[in-house]
Design a binder for this molecule. Structure first.
Ligand SMILES: Nc1ncnc2c1ncn2[C@@H]1O[C@H](COP(=O)(O)OP(=O)(O)O)[C@@H](O)[C@H]1O
Ligand SMILES: [Mg+2]
Length: 510
């Protein structure tokens, strides 16, 4: 038998307008964890969807155990021993764990008895350290637990080639550690694993070899022993990047934002923000850490006046009312929302329009009348912003939707930060950006801080929180469960709080 359990040879996949996989070669050795690393859009998921029979490749050959394989569907992939956990799970919420696994087996054309499945699941769960009750319903489980069900499905059918697509995106640091333990167990029992991520530290922790993809191509495959964060980041973005941006000591001044006893409901009508109290001073960055879905978005929207709330929001010592965005804009509050395509930008409008959407509230010469911009006066200042914020575009007349993610975010930053805001609310400001664009966002936010802005930074990525924040608060189920210092030595403590372990409600201001 060949040492390579899987070999992808010259895989090509085109989508309209994109060469998603450009003659990709990748081998998976028996018993290795092989990381597939690359920024968003690099082509990782596409490659694995081809391997798992979801997409049909345009060119190329796949070999399993040294023999040419015809993988035309996930069912065929499973017959070859290939299993994949996708970014979005395919579990039936009202079914139990065992029933879901039984259902997965039917897809693999094995017809099992649910009771027997339950028994075997229990054994497997114990063997691989995946604590789960086979009788619990999927809807009762956290995202991390649902992922364990997906893993059990693969173990059940004896998949020996396991593909995990960004499995840690939905996990707390502790859950990620447990997942890594499970992966090591699976390898011990003979599996080979492809682990997809864009997080350098994880890749360095779990993998034996690392393949870096960029723009649909494989840049390089190297053993972990030859890799470090700098080398990998450079390969990912194709240039030398400064991952740790330098930061002056904070000089906090007067309180710019004060939030008291804030309660707000989420879209499902349940409280998503529960009695939040916080303060952000001019010249400092308060980071809000937490696993996605713990009230971050609702908190930001309430403070910015987009969502109904009870409690108090004071900006520069003055109360502002709920659901009143204009009052925030007039006070010079900048908002960098999570959703840059849907909320921050109007994709169908030209750049110059997007760059100045908020100005009429503050710069009267942009008014033609109370309802219309003086568009003719926008173009030259737009060109200036395009230069200053290094937005790469053919023209200021280009519609925003044609920009890359990184350039879209630069447009948002240019619009929101060019008027020297006193308060900035930034939600996941670098999500989906490559390392180069990320560095730009970091530097821009830190420059605003040096200029005396108060910044409330909501981010899932702890690296980002550590890089930027002066203090960090952790949000769990809508509550601030504690404060900590934003550095690696407090990682454990922050991770525990992210999983709901309460530390101290009062802020440690030392
Ligand atoms: N089903 C699809 N239809 C059209 N374009 C797609 C589809 N899936 C992926 N793409 C495009 O292919 C490229 C690679 O995407 P993807 O494989 O998802 O990257 P990654 O997983 O590395 O983030 C992107 O430009 C993406 O927009
Ligand atoms: Mg992907």
């Amino acid at each position: 038998m060949s040492e390579n359990v899987l070999e992808l040879s010259n895989i090509v996949k085109r989508f309209p307008g994109v060469l998603a996989n450009d003659h990709v070669n990748l081998t998976l050795k028996r018993g290795e964890v092989h990381a597939l690393l690359g920024e968003n859009g690099a082509g990782k998921t596409t490659l694995m969807n081809i391997t798992y029979g979801i997409y049909k490749m345009d060119e190329g050959t796949i070999y399993v155990n040294g023999k040419k394989a015809e993988i035309t569907s996930p069912h065929r992939a499973m017959e070859y021993g290939i299993g994949m956990i996708q970014q979005h799970f395919s579990l039936v919420p009202s079914f139990s764990v065992a029933e879901n696994i039984a259902l997965g087996l039917r897809e693999a054309q094995i017809l099992p008895k649910v009771e027997l499945v339950g028994k075997k699941v229990k054994t497997l769960a114990e063997k691989f350290g995946l604590s789960i009750d086979p009788d619990s319903r999927i809807w009762q489980l956290s995202a991390g637990e649902q992922q364990r069900v997906e893993i059990l499905k693969l173990l059940y059918i004896n998949a020996h080639i396991m593909i995990l697509d960004e499995p840690t995106a939905i996990l707390t640091p502790q859950e990620a550690k447990n997942l890594f333990k499970t992966i090591r167990e699976m390898v011990k029992f003979g599996a080979s694993v492809i682990f997809i991520s864009h997080k350098l530290n994880e890749v360095l922790e779990i993998s034996d070899r690392i393949t870096v993809m960029r723009h649909g191509k494989v840049v390089d495959t190297i053993p972990k022993s030859e890799a470090n964060e700098r080398i990998l980041a450079k390969k990912m973005v194709g240039r030398e990047v400064v991952l740790k941006v330098s930061k002056d000591p904070p000089k906090p001044k007067e309180v710019e934002l004060e939030v008291k006893n804030l309660w707000a409901k989420g879209d499902k009508g349940l409280y998503a923000v529960r009695n939040v109290n916080l303060e952000v001073k001019a010249g400092e960055i308060l980071g809000i850490a937490g696993v996605a879905g713990n009230g971050q978005r609702e908190l930001a929207e309430s403070i910015y006046g987009l969502r109904r709330y009870t409690g108090k929001v004071k900006i520069e010592g003055e109360m502002v009312k709920p659901l009143n965005v204009v009052s925030r804009i007039k006070k010079g509050v900048a908002y960098i929302p999570q959703d840059r395509k849907g909320v921050a930008l109007c994709g169908g409008l030209p750049l110059y329009y997007n760059l100045f959407l908020k100005r009429p509230f503050r710069v009267p010469e942009f008014y033609l009348n109370p309802y219309l911009f003086n568009l003719a006066r926008l173009k030259n200042p737009s060109r200036q912003l395009v230069n200053e914020y290094l937005i790469s575009t053919s023209s200021v007349n280009l519609e925003a939707k044609y920009l890359s993610g990184g350039n879209m975010q630069k447009v948002v930053l240019a619009r929101e930060l060019s008027l020297n805001p006193k308060l900035i609310i930034a939600v996941h400001p670098t999500r989906g950006l490559d390392v180069g664009a990320m560095e730009f966002v970091y530097k821009t936010l830190l420059r605003a801080r040096s200029n005396g802005a108060a910044i409330l930074l909501i981010a899932g990525d702890l690296e980002e929180i550590f890089t930027l924040s002066d203090r960090v608060a952790v949000l769990y189920e809508g509550e601030i469960v504690g404060y900590s210092k934003p550095d690696e030595s407090h990682l454990e403590e922050i991770g525990l709080m992210m999983a709901g372990v309460r530390r101290d409600k009062s802020e440690n201001k030392s």
